[in-house]
Design a protein around this ligand. Sequence first.
Ligand code: HEC
Ligand code: HEC
Ligand code: HEC
Ligand code: HEC
Length: 402
Amino acid sequence: MTSKRQLVVSVVFAAAALALLGGVLWWERAHPPATWSAMPSGKPVRGAALFKDKGCVRCHAIKGSGGNSAPELGSDLDVRRTPSQLVVSMWNHAPRMWAQMKAKEIAYPKLGEQEVADLFAYLYTARCIDETGDAERGGRLFELKGCNRCHGGRTVPTKESPPSLDSLRSSASPVAWARAMWNHPPLPNDEEPPQFEARDMNDVMAFARKGQSIGLDWLLVAADADRGWKLYREKACVTCHSLRGEAGRVGPDLGPGRELPATIVQLAGSMWNHSLAMSRAMNAKGVKRPRFSDAEMADLIAFLYSIRASEPGGSATLGEVTFDGRGCGSCHGPHGEGTESAPGLRGKDRRYSSISLGTALWQHGPEMNKRVVEKGVKWPDLSEGDVGDLIAFLNSAPAGRS
Ligand code: HEC
Ligand code: HEC
Ligand code: HEC
Ligand code: HEC
C-alpha cells in the first residue's frame, strides 16, 4: 500500500521536475542570457579617462592625439580590436612596453579587472572608425540616387523644406548618420528607396562632410551596450528580429549568428535600404515606427556589435598543448599546476576571460618578465587563435578534481 503511494508520489514528483526543467529550458530560450552584453561590461567613456589617468596617452596616441613613442591605437580599420585580439597584442608587446616605461621612468600602471574591461571597451570603440569614403563619387551618387531632389538646396528654403545639403553636414558622423537614416521620412508615393551597396553610403556621407576625414565618434565612446539591449526591447526590434532564433521572425535574425555590415555607415545604408519593407511590416503588425536620438542609436549600435565580440570559444585539450608549447609550462608547470618559480593557475575557483588575462598581464607581467630574464628564456608570444583554447584550459579542473 505504502509502496504504491510512494510510487505515485515519486511519479508526480518526476512529472513536476520534468515540467520545471521544460519551463526552465523554455525560459532560457525566451530570455537570452544577460551575459551577451558582457563584452563591454566595460564602459568606453571610463576607458577614455583611464587612458589618460594611467599614462597610456603619454606614449600612445588615439586618432592623432597623444604621445608618439608607441603605436597609434586608434587606426587601422582592418584590425578589429576584440578583447582576445587586444590581449594578444598587449601580451606580445609587453616586455618592450615595460622597457620603455622604465627608461622613461613612468610607473607601471596598476589596473584592476574593471579598469581593463573599460580600457578594452575604449580601445575597441576607437578602432570602430568608419571609412572616410570618396567624396567625389559620393557627389555623383547623391544625384544618381535622387537625394538632391530634396536636399539639393537650390530653391529658397522654407520652414517645411527638407534640410539643405549644407545642413546634412551636422548629421555626417557614423552614429548620427545611422540615426538620420533610421528616422528618415518615407519617400513620397510609397516609392522604393534607391539601394546602396557596400561602401556607397560612406561615399555619400563623405560628400556631405565635404571630404573631411572621420575622427573618433564620441557618440560611440559615450554609448552603453546595456542601455542598447534595453532599447532593443523597448523599441520593439525584438518583436520582429530574433537574436538567436527565439523571438520575432518577421525580419532577419540580428544575433551573433549572422554578420552585420562591417561598419556603422554601412549599417546605416542597410537600414535605409530596408526602410520601406520594414515600415510595411510594422504597419502590418500595428507597430509604430520608433524614432531614435543620437545617443539612443549609439547605444543600440554598441549592443548589436557587442554581442558579436563575445569571448572566443576553445578547446581545453588544445589549450593544454598550447600552454606548454608556448613556454608557459616552463614556469607554471606543464599542466598549470604551479612550480616553485610561478603560481598554479587552475582550479582556484576563478573564471578566466580575455579581460582577466589582460588584467593578469598588467598586474603580474613585470614580475613574470623578470623571471623570463633571470631564466634566460624567451618571452612567450601568443597568437590570436590561442586565447580561446588557453582560457578553456585554464578554466578546466586539474586532474584528480572535478
Ligand atoms: C612608456 C610608454 C608606454 C606606456 C605608458 C604605455 N605603452 Fe603600450 N606600448 C608601448 C610600446 C613602445 C609598445 C610597442 C612595443 C613593441 O614594439 O613591441 C606598446 C604596445 C602596446 C599595445 C600593442 C600595440 C599594437 O600595435 O598591437 C597595446 C594594445 C598597448 N601598448 C596598450 C597600452 C595601454 C592600455 C597602456 C596604458 C595602461 C599603455 N599601453 C601604456 C609603450 C607604452
Ligand atoms: C522626398 C524628399 C527626400 C529625399 C528624396 C531624400 N530626403 Fe533626406 N530628408 C528629407 C526630409 C523632409 C528630411 C527631414 C526629416 C526630419 O526633419 O525629420 C530629411 C532628412 C535627412 C537627413 C537628416 C538631416 C538632419 O540634419 O537631421 C539626412 C542625413 C538625409 N535626409 C539624407 C538623405 C539621403 C542620403 C538621401 C538620398 C538617398 C535623401 N536624404 C533623400 C527628405 C528627403
Ligand atoms: C514589424 C517588424 C519589424 C520591426 C518592429 C523592426 N524590424 Fe527591422 N526589419 C524588418 C523586416 C521585415 C526587414 C527586412 C526588410 C527587407 O526585406 O527589405 C528588416 C530589416 C532590418 C535590418 C536590415 C537587416 C539586414 O539584412 O542587413 C536592420 C538593420 C533592422 N531591420 C533593424 C531593426 C531595428 C534596430 C529595429 C528596432 C528599432 C527593427 N529593425 C524593428 C521588420 C522589422
Ligand atoms: C619565466 C616564467 C614564466 C613564464 C614563461 C610564464 N609565467 Fe605567468 N607568471 C610567472 C610568475 C612568476 C607569476 C607571478 C607574478 C607575480 O606574483 O606578480 C605569473 C603570473 C601569471 C598569472 C597571474 C596569476 C594570478 O594568480 O593571477 C597568469 C594568468 C599567468 N602568469 C599566465 C601565464 C601564461 C598564459 C603564460 C604563457 C603564455 C605564462 N604565464 C608564462 C612566471 C611565468
